[in-house]
Design a protein around this ligand. Structure first.
Ligand code: NAD
Ligand code: LMR
Length: 394
């Protein structure tokens, strides 16, 4: 195994440690650099060797920590292809005290069975399964399941078959998402809803606008696009021979075809790749979902890598809720471009989305691609906005 590279972290005003990139992301380039330097001055006095001393010195500030919150998570569609491994990973997250696994009576495994299975793993998390008869309305069957939830992960919905686009799933999946979102609006209106269900590009605007119409915070609806970042990091790692764990390519725009725009220029390792290779690499990230759909040959789309990616975002959101800010790319209501919904880096804090971060510098290739991505995304957002106009949450 390659030796683990240490990334330097410095303490911010709240006594929490962040990397330089996180300082720059959260505060912006100028202010972030200043605060990073200032944090360094404080930490510099007792140099590297005197580790014990550094710890002793830092203690009074770090000890101001607040008590850890007991957090509850629900996975809707928790007995499905993504739902099962995602439930496992969430039950392993030390921030999760309670986990609800919700699914239909036609799921491949009863959700109570998934919960019974997960309840034997050696974590403090209490897991409970909830089943609903197909065709019923979630709002009437999810009170106990959703009450008190801080985070609801939603992989409930149909996956693609070969030859289908994500867009083809809108009709079926928008109805499924609406039922679940409606139930959350009633039973856990302050929870963060992380929507995995496709087509993310249209479902998220639809559900966020329905939330706003109901007087709830549209920024509580978060589109999960983390898998695009995971793929971009992995592919860059393969080309460069570097460990993907230390590669962090932001992927902006949306989550389908040309709307997926990896910003290779913004990661040090990715930026070292020959410019001529970038268009193919870009295309391989755009097409990665379809490659899995084709390889699964009619039996579904990405489930395991999606669970890994969904758990990464879920854990970051929970860390944010605990007061430890995290930055992840996500598709949310946004005013950083001309489009009302857009994937960019987002800082997650104690109330969920704390700040939608700007795009940063783009290469000439990325600028051209941004135009292409925005044109395609605009049409898919409109589908979602039209749905929200025609519908209401109960
Ligand atoms: P799956 O069919 O294996 O599982 C879906 C589960 O949802 C099933 O168990 C089903 O019973 C359940 N379900 C359906 N309606 C429900 C409802 N009203 N309430 C509760 N549960 C309900 O599918 P999957 O492979 O897990 O994929 C799920 C969704 O995630 C698909 O729409 C897929 O396109 C999407 N997806 C998104 C990404 C992404 O990056 N955002 C990646 C992969 C898959
Ligand atoms: C993915 O990117 O893997 C998902 O959106 C599933 C799909 O349909 O490709």
């Amino acid at each position: 195994m390659a030796p683990r590279q240490k990334v330097e972290k410095r303490m911010d005003a709240e006594g929490v440690k962040y990397t330089e990139a996180e300082f720059l992301d959260y505060y912006g380039k100028k202010k972030g650099a200043k605060l990073w330097d200032a944090a360094g001055e404080k930490a510099e006095a007792p140099k590297a060797k005197a580790k014990a001393k550094v710890k002793a010195k830092a203690k009074p500030k770090a000890k101001e920590s607040k008590p850890r919150k007991e957090l509850k998570v629900c996975v809707c569609g928790g007995a499905g292809g993504i739902g099962q491994p995602l439930s496992l990973l969430m039950a392993m997250d030390s921030n999760v005290s309670e986990l609800s696994v919700f699914d239909l009576n036609i799921a491949m495994v009863p959700p109570e069975g998934v919960a019974a299975d997960l309840s034997h793993i050696e974590t403090k998390c209490k897991v409970k399964g909830y089943v609903m008869e197909v065709g019923k309305n979630p709002i009437d069957y999810t009170e106990e399941c959703l009450k008190g939830c801080n985070l609801v992960l939603v992989p409930a919905g149909l996956p693609r078959k070969p030859g289908q686009s994500r867009d083809d799933l809108f009709k079926a999946n928008a109805g499924i998402a609406k039922g679940i979102v409606e139930a959350c609006a009633k039973h856990c209106p302050d929870a963060i809803l992380a929507l995995i269900v496709n087509p993310v590009n249209s479902i998220v605007p639809a559900m966020a606008e329905l939330y706003a119409k109901k007087g709830l915070n549209p920024l509580n609806i978060v589109g999960v696009t983390t898998l695009d970042c995971v793929r971009a990091n992995k592919f860059v790692g393969e080309i460069t021979g570097k460990n993907a764990k230390f590669i962090n390519v932001p992927v902006i725009g949306g989550h389908a075809g040309a709307t997926i725009l990896p910003l290779f220029s913004q990661d040090k390792t990715a930026a070292s790749i020959d410019k001529e290779k970038i268009p193919d690499l870009d295309k391989s990230v755009q097409d990665a979902g379809t490659v899995v759909v084709t390889a699964k040959n009619g039996k579904g789309s990405a489930t395991l890598s999606m669970a890994y990616a969904g758990a990464r975002l879920g854990s970051s959101i929970l860390a944010g809720l605990q007061g430890r800010r995290r930055v992840e790319c996500a598709y949310v209501k946004s005013d950083i471009t001309d489009l009302p919904y857009f994937t960019s880096k987002v800082a997650f804090g104690e109330k969920g989305v704390a700040k939608v971060l700007p795009l940063g510098d783009l290469s000439d290739y990325e600028k051209t691609r941004l135009e292409e991505a925005s044109t395609a995304l605009k049409a898919e957002i409109e589908t979602g906005l039209a749905y929200a106009k025609e519908n209401d949450l109960a």
